[in-house]
Design a protein around this ligand. Structure first.
Ligand code: APR
Length: 262
């Protein structure tokens, strides 16, 4: 549902979105907040306000205490399994069908964009519902994890290996194919939407700037100011569900009016 109070895109940017051949969307934890998945850096409610990243989201933390890390991720997996996409996710599915090409680059590991029905999704930081061997990196099936006994599931591939969540931890490099796809989208898009991210974590934070450098219009959707804000062509201050739904309504009305020769 669109909201009469949500901020509107300027007509100049609406026209650019209408005419865009390739749209890139970069999403972050704020995109999932209204689905009940906590963000990382929001004061009080953010995950890193309650836990120390170095104890839980680094290869060293896993090596030191695989059980602690595995069980902490199990709790987060439970939250993700019960979460459902909201209106903002559905608005992005609609947008994908309204433009010639859309690349959805997400830092989120919850799979909510895919659950909503978005097709061209690149996961920069992996997916929390998948597991892989902590030594070989090979994928481990959900069935293997479900059938495992013991504190932390063992790897099926190597004796001293454990299963770990298939996410990117601090100090690790991003999956190469995902980063390449994201860079290609940033360089090739003509309209970029950054939604629900603090724009602090690299290399994701650089993608909208790269898009700007290559001539794209960039808008930010976030209730708060971020380091991207001063560079963006427009900042829409509000929750992703409301702002994205309104954006789609605006684009539809714009096209209807154009169709009527107004
Ligand atoms: N709609 C839009 N934005 C929101 C909403 C909302 N409903 N609620 C919060 N936000 C914004 C916050 O203002 C903040 O700028 O979402 C952002 C969330 O920021 P972070 O928690 O830092 O999330 P993100 O930028 O995605 O973090 C990047 O950091 O720890 C890592 O790997 C983790 O992928 C994550 C990365």
């Amino acid at each position: 549902m669109s909201n009469a109070n949500a901020q509107l895109l300027t007509h100049a940017l609406l026209q650019q979105l209408d005419e865009a051949r390739h749209v890139m969307v970069l999403s972050g934890a704020g995109m999932s907040a209204e689905s009940g998945i906590p963000t990382f850096r929001d004061a009080q409610t953010g995950i890193w306000a309650k836990f120390r990243a170095e104890d839980l989201a680094t290869p060293e933390a896993f090596a030191a205490n695989p059980g602690r890390v595995w069980h902490w991720y199990e709790d987060r997996r439970e939250t993700v399994r019960s979460a459902r996409p909201h209106g903002g996710h559905h608005a992005l599915v609609q947008l994908e069908s309204m433009v010639p090409s859309l690349s959805l680059i997400t830092q989120n590991v919850d799979g909510l964009h895919q659950l909503a029905g978005s097709k061209n999704v690149t996961e920069l930081h992996g997916n929390i519902l998948r597991s892989r061997c902590h030594v070989t990196g090979r994928a481990i099936s959900a069935q293997w994890i479900a059938d495992s006994t013991g504190d932390v599931p063992r790897s099926p591939y190597i004796g001293h290996g454990f299963a770990r969540p298939d996410v990117v931890w601090f100090g690790e490099t991003l999956p190469r194919h995902a980063l390449e796809a994201a860079m290609e989208a940033a360089v090739g898009c003509d309209f970029c939407i950054s939604a629900g991210t603090t724009s602090l974590v690299q290399p994701a934070a650089s993608l909208p700037l790269l898009a700007l450098e290559h001539g794209a219009a960039v808008i930010e959707i976030n209730p708060m100011e971020t380091p991207l804000s001063p560079h963006a062509n427009q900042c829409l201050r509000g929750p992703a569900s409301e702002v994205l739904s309104t954006l789609i309504q605006q684009l539809k009305s714009w096209r209807q009016d154009a169709g009527q020769g107004a």
